[in-house]
Design a protein around this ligand. Structure first.
Ligand SMILES: N=c1c2ncn([C@@H]3O[C@H](COP(=O)(O)OP(=O)(O)OP(=O)(O)O)[C@@H](O)[C@H]3O)c2ncn1[C@@H]1O[C@H](COP(=O)(O)O)[C@@H](O)[C@H]1O
Length: 163
């Protein structure tokens, strides 16, 4: 005999109501863009970095960085990201703008090194525009977190295979 459909629990009902309220809530107004350069500068920056691949490392910082290999390129990006994190935490607005520019430049170097075109990332961002960040997160396969690993650990003194 077919099982009757499961009744939604209180928790699920609450979640559903919160989702409906969120969908119905007016979105905050997006401020109009400021005059000056816009995000298209990233496309140009990527094209410049791409054009430097294989160029003279004495003349181009991008060429020098790319010649040092993927690990160095990724490491520099990570360092710049950490510097941006530090300035964000300090609440240092002007330093954060400078660090953000460093992060974006080094991200362009990462993309060139990895053979990624900006349009591929823009397409991914556009795909995500249609859904909320909460829904997007729920649609992802959940990576194993440290706390999930800890829950699988056997009690002290007992050795059991984890996987
Ligand atoms: N936006 C940038 C940009 N931002 C930061 N940087 C460089 O990134 C470097 C970061 O300095 P670090 O001391 O952290 O790194 P490092 O000198 O490699 O030191 P190590 O950690 O390797 O020892 C500096 O030399 C900065 O000049 C940049 N270099 C280039 N660009 C852009 O890339 C274009 C092409 O530059 P070239 O490749 O140099 O022609 C330029 O016209 C700019 O538009």
């Amino acid at each position: 005999m077919a099982k009757p459909p499961k009744k939604a629990g209180k928790k699920t009902e609450k979640k559903g109501a919160a989702k409906r309220a969120q969908a119905a809530a007016p979105r905050p107004a997006v401020p109009p863009p400021l005059p000056g350069p816009d995000g298209a500068i990233l496309d140009r920056l990527w094209a410049t970095v791409l054009s430097r691949r294989g160029a003279d490392p004495e003349l181009s910082h991008s060429a020098r960085l790319l010649a040092r290999g993927t690990a160095k390129v990724a490491q520099k990006f990570g360092e710049e990201a950490v510097e941006a994190v530090i300035e964000a935490t300090r609440g240092n607005r002007s330093a954060l703008i400078g660090e953000s520019a460093d992060v974006l430049y080094h991200l362009m170097v990462v993309w060139v090194d990895a053979g990624i075109r900006p349009e591929e990332v823009w397409a991914e961002l556009e795909r995500r525009e249609a859904m909320s960040g909460i829904d997007e997160k729920a649609s992802r396969a959940r990576p194993l977190t440290l706390s999930a690993v800890a829950r699988r650990l056997p009690p002290r003194g007992r050795s059991t295979k984890l996987w």
